[in-house]
Ligand binder design. Structure first.
Ligand SMILES: [Zn+2]
Length: 113
């Protein structure tokens, strides 16, 4: 389950941020997760609680904001919605799609003190 290692990377970022900005505790983490990022929000929530236990983010709330997948179709030159990787262009059926958005996960906001 790669969500576990994602949570460990998040913790690493939180620890670096805490050192850089001088906060002690993280109350809430807001994550943006793209539809195409291959991240299961439920698995991530589970991993988050386990990995954060005993850390500066012990008991922190996890807010997840989904980001819609979008692509540029090179066949019909349109920006189209792409809810799943491997789907064809909804306008023309082509697979010549270049992902524009929704393929990443990032920390959007932190609530700290
Ligand atoms: Zn198209």
């Amino acid at each position: 389950m790669h969500e576990m290692s994602l949570c460990e990377s998040i913790l690493q970022i939180l620890q670096d941020e805490a050192r850089a900005k001088g906060f002690q505790r993280v109350r809430e983490v807001c994550l943006e997760i793209g539809e195409l990022a291959s991240v299961e929000p439920e698995a991530l929530r589970f991993g988050f609680d386990v990995v954060m236990r005993g850390s500066l983010a012990d008991g922190a709330r996890l807010r997840i904001e989904p980001v819609a997948g979008a692509a540029w179709c090179m066949a019909c030159s349109n920006r189209v919605a792409l809810p799943r990787r491997g789907d064809p262009c909804p306008r023309c059926g082509s697979h010549q799609l270049q992902v524009l958005a929704g393929d990443a996960m990032r920390i959007k906001e932190l609530e700290v003190n």
